[in-house]
Design a protein around this ligand. Structure first.
Ligand SMILES: *[C@@H]1O[C@H](CO)[C@@H](O)[C@H](O)[C@H]1NC(C)=O
Ligand SMILES: *[C@@H]1O[C@H](CO)[C@@H](O)[C@H](O)[C@H]1NC(C)=O
Ligand SMILES: *[C@@H]1O[C@H](CO)[C@@H](O)[C@H](O)[C@H]1NC(C)=O
Ligand SMILES: *[C@@H]1O[C@H](CO)[C@@H](O)[C@H](O)[C@H]1NC(C)=O
Ligand SMILES: *[C@@H]1O[C@H](CO)[C@@H](O)[C@H](O)[C@H]1NC(C)=O
Length: 358
């Protein structure tokens, strides 16, 4: 059964990641600092008491268990419903600028080089007004795009809230230089390949577990400048298992669920860490044979060196463009039980996922 679950996990979405770094005694740790201060978790845990714009009651309930193992489901799966403006998040240019909204500038158009730049080593800022000292020292602030689903979720779908922009915009005779400037770029590669955006843009045709309909209409504009609001606010409702995401340990293990192991308990060093000087390698992308699922034999043949802790597999799922198929396809490839067992027993890998560039 474990094997089946593992298989299920990896296969569930063509670009989900799963940490295998699960401790024996289930006590969730919620650390904010990793790697001796090299990584800071600056995202707030989303919780019911978190403030929400214009409300005295806070966020309230935002996540519901919609499928439960206790009720015969293969896994526990939750659904969340909340404002795109909740907790630690990024505002899209379209949040306040009419013309950007109309042109489709959602957060998928933001520059990952700006968001993730880690070349700044020491930065001391001192406000001339208050003399209070803000110091940012020798830390790389890594913005966790993978993790903070909230960020990605403001991405547009082909619904009215975020009109799609014609990719081969032939902008017409009336177009001006300004119109051309407002063409949203959706890059996947930044900084000469130093940063690759492997998260898929949320669109209503994105596949959803066991559904023929895709994730559907998942985002709505609930406050609009046109109706007197000071900004446009969207809200979204979707399964926490949608698109590019990280599975929490509680997704498949009862005792982890009960002990509160949500994604906030995952090790950011494993997820984001860079290799240490003494180590041969930290992460790698592995091309998997196309004619097979990931079995023990396949794992062995890949010859992944000891020391590698993070692996993104590139599989047939990517070639088949499964993330672009609205109908859920059960024939995806993933780990078979013996493959997962082999990985645990013979490698240092703590994190697996699928490398599937959009
Ligand atoms: C499980 O089934 C019980 C009894 O039918 C029901 O009360 C409960 O809401 C169900 N829970 C989920 C998560 O489906
Ligand atoms: C606000 O939403 C309306 C749709 O009601 C849209 O036409 C407008 O461009 C949006 N404005 C901004 C600033 O996002
Ligand atoms: C704005 O107001 C119009 C007319 O009252 C209504 O039809 C529309 O749904 C409202 N839009 C939003 C986003 O509140
Ligand atoms: C599934 O959800 C139930 C609540 O219905 C919970 O008690 C159980 O621990 C969960 N199991 C897993 C594997 O997450
Ligand atoms: C992988 O396994 C799935 C389900 O078990 C199956 O449908 C699929 O054909 C297999 N893929 C390959 C390439 O063997």
């Amino acid at each position: 059964m474990r094997g089946v679950q593992l298989l299920f996990l990896l296969q569930l979405c063509t670009s989900c990641v799963l940490t295998l770094a699960v401790p024996r005694v289930p006590v969730p740790k919620r650390r904010e600092v990793y790697g001796n201060g090299r990584i800071f978790d600056i995202t707030h845990r989303v919780n019911a008491k978190m403030p929400t714009w214009g409300s005295r009651d806070g966020l309230g309930q935002f996540v519901w268990l919609v499928a439960s193992m206790k009720n015969g489901s293969l896994v526990n799966a939750s659904e969340m419903k909340l404002s795109a403006h909740t907790g630690t998040h990024i505002d899209a240019p379209s949040h306040n600028y009419e013309e950007y909204y109309e042109a489709g500038f959602d957060i998928d158009t933001l520059d990952l080089e700006v968001l993730n730049d880690n070349t700044q080593r020491i930065l001391r800022l001192q406000s001339k007004i208050t003399k209070s000292k803000t110091m940012i020292q020798r830390h790389y602030f890594l913005l966790l795009l993978l993790f903070t689903l909230l960020h990605s979720i403001t991405a547009s779908s082909s619904n009215a809230a975020y009109p799609t922009v014609d990719d081969d915009c032939s902008c017409g005779a009336s177009s001006t230089d300004d119109d051309l400037l407002l063409f949203p770029e959706r890059n996947e590669v930044y900084g000469n390949g130093r940063i690759i955006d492997i998260s898929h843009r949320y669109v209503s045709d994105m596949p959803s577990w066991n559904s023929e309909e895709g994730i559907g209409m998942f985002i709505r504009l609930f406050e609009s400048l046109k109706n007197g609001s000071i900004a446009n606010f969207s809200g979204f409702k979707l399964s926490v298992h949608s698109g590019t995401h990280v599975d929490a340990p509680g997704h498949v293990y009862d005792h982890y669920y009960d002990a509160g192991f949500d994604v906030d308990t995952l090790d950011l060093e494993v997820l984001n860490g860079n290799k240490l000087r003494t180590q041969c390698c930290w992460s790698s992308t592995v091309i998997v044979p196309r004619e097979s699922n990931i079995t023990a034999e396949v794992m062995k043949s890949l010859e992944i060196p000891k020391g590698v802790r993070r692996v993104l597999f590139r599989t047939l799922n990517t070639d088949r463009k499964l993330m672009f198929k609205k109908e859920f396809d059960t024939s995806y490839v993933g780990f078979l039980e013996d493959g997962a067992k082999w990985l645990v027993e013979n490698t240092d890998i703590k994190f697996v996922g699928e490398f599937s560039t959009p």
